[in-house]
Design a protein around this ligand. Sequence first.
Ligand code: ATP
Length: 263
Amino acid sequence: MTKNEKHIILKAEQLSIGYKTKKAETVIASNINFELQKGQLIGLVGANGIGKSTLLRTLIKVQPALSGRVFLNDKDLKTTSTLELAKQLSIVLTEPLMSKNLSVFELVALGRHPYTNWVGNLTDSDNAIIESSLEQVNILDLKAKRCYELSDGQLQKAMIARALAQDTDVIVLDEPTTHLDMYHKAYILKLLQKLTKDTGKTILFSSHEIDLAIQLCDTMIVMSKDTIVCDQPCRLISDGIFESLFPKDLIVFDDKSGSFKVT
Ligand SMILES: Nc1ncnc2c1ncn2[C@@H]1O[C@H](COP(=O)(O)OP(=O)(O)OP(=O)(O)O)[C@@H](O)[C@H]1O
């Protein structure tokens, strides 16, 4: 591969997302097409209820697409087995942990599951990967703590360490900055940016922190009622894409500062 050639790691082709029951089909968004490059930090933004979580769940095969296709490393997601998927893609969701009784080390060790034997024994190499994941997010000192003892910010770092321990090409996070203060929102997103640079992983996250995402992401996917656009933040600004995100009665996008202002 030459230096200028793109390595497309995740691709959506004529994707339609939504919910299907026996009686009806509700389309949340359709005509979704994008190509995400390896090693990039990608932010998915859009108003409440526009379909960000639905899109992420479709991309990680937690729910089926209504139509169209998703390719992970050139392979159709439909034909990718669960174990194969777990070795290529890790997920950080916002739902509370099933067992907060786990220690931070045990939580991060769960990331090694796709690789351990059926009893779940950790090898020396698994232990080294867990330690290094804890180190990468700066929480080695918390490894013996129980998850219920952690602050929201510390728990989010532990969840990211678990995803790192899973050692996948792609990490998908649904609203990783929820419940965090301004400093920790910036801290987590900056950490994700650093991880893409240090590890070459592709990190896709949804967020309401549009201003931060504009500053930190290589690429953004902007979901609005009629379109889904995927491009570099500076191009999205010059194309006026953020102006159409919200009704203009309360906030407007200031393209000079790259942020929203109250009118
Ligand atoms: N299980 C479900 N069955 C049917 N409709 C659903 C289901 N989950 C979500 N929806 C609907 O899909 C639409 C998109 O919801 P989704 O949660 O994907 O939006 P979102 O952009 O992630 O919102 P938010 O920013 O508020 O988290 C909403 O209209 C929602 O009511």
